[in-house]
Design a protein around this ligand. Structure first.
Ligand code: ATP
Ligand code: MG
Length: 205
């Protein structure tokens, strides 16, 4: 194992945007694995329409099982409570050792937030970030505007954040939840097994 990307998210639910950008990053950077890590309780989110962590994890398993380079870790879910990326990255750094190149995948929208993440300086030392483009978010502009001006931000931080020009996927879990609520089809927005799970479990209604 030489290089691994961690991909944290609420995955409420996981959708083809997540899968497509993960596969794109994996192939471009020749990664051995992408590990999807559903959060227990995201620190920055309103948990109102948050499906429980076990079900979000099941959907992540269903969506990734056909890709031998994709794994799901229930590390944060089993730990429970608020998840901070710094704890998770420390865990995986310890697990894989110093020789493995560690990346953390985020969408460009998260660039606005990571400047204020807990222990962001240490986080960037432990792993490189790969920020993937997302419709409506100009990654280089966000980096300049929100990151360079953040308290304690330094230029060496920027060297640890790669901006990835990927195919733009105009799809979000928010849209999927809304479509389910409005009885609209979510076919081809999520894998078929995830679609069936959502309907069988009557999620997001
Ligand atoms: P929600 O609408 O509930 O916030 P989401 O679609 O943003 O859901 P998350 O679970 O919040 O999904 O995202 C997990 C990670 O995947 C985040 O880093 C997010 O920026 C990224 N991501 C999600 N969808 C896309 C997309 N379509 N393009 C690029 N990045 C994405
Ligand atoms: Mg999101």
């Amino acid at each position: 194992m030489k290089s691994v990307a961690l991909f944290g998210g609420t995955f409420n639910p996981i959708h083809y945007g997540h899968l497509a950008i993960a596969e794109d990053v994996r192939s471009k950077h020749n990664l051995d694995k992408v590990i999807f890590i559903p959060t227990a309780l995201p620190p920055h989110k309103d948990p109102a329409d948050l499906v429980d962590a076990q079900k979000r994890s099941v959907m992540a398993f269903l969506a990734t099982v056909s890709n031998p380079c994709f794994d799901v870790s229930t590390y944060e879910v089993e730990k429970g409570g608020k998840s901070y990326s710094i704890d998770t990255v420390r865990h995986f750094r310890h697990f894989f050792g110093d020789k493995v190149e560690l990346y953390f995948i985020i969408g460009a929208d998260m660039l606005v937030e990571i400047a204020s993440w807990k222990s962001i300086g240490e986080l960037l030392q432990l792993c490189r970030f790969i920020a993937v483009s997302r419709p409506g978010y100009d990654a280089p502009k966000i980096l300049n505007r929100h990151f360079l001006t953040a308290e304690g931000a330094a230029n060496e931080w920027l060297d640890r954040i790669l901006v990835e020009d990927s195919i733009l996927w105009d799809i979000s879990a928010t849209t999927i939840r809304r479509r389910v609520r409005e009885w609209k089809s979510i076919k081809y927005l999520v894998p078929e097994a995830v679609e069936q799970f959502i309907h069988n479990q009557q999620l997001y209604l």
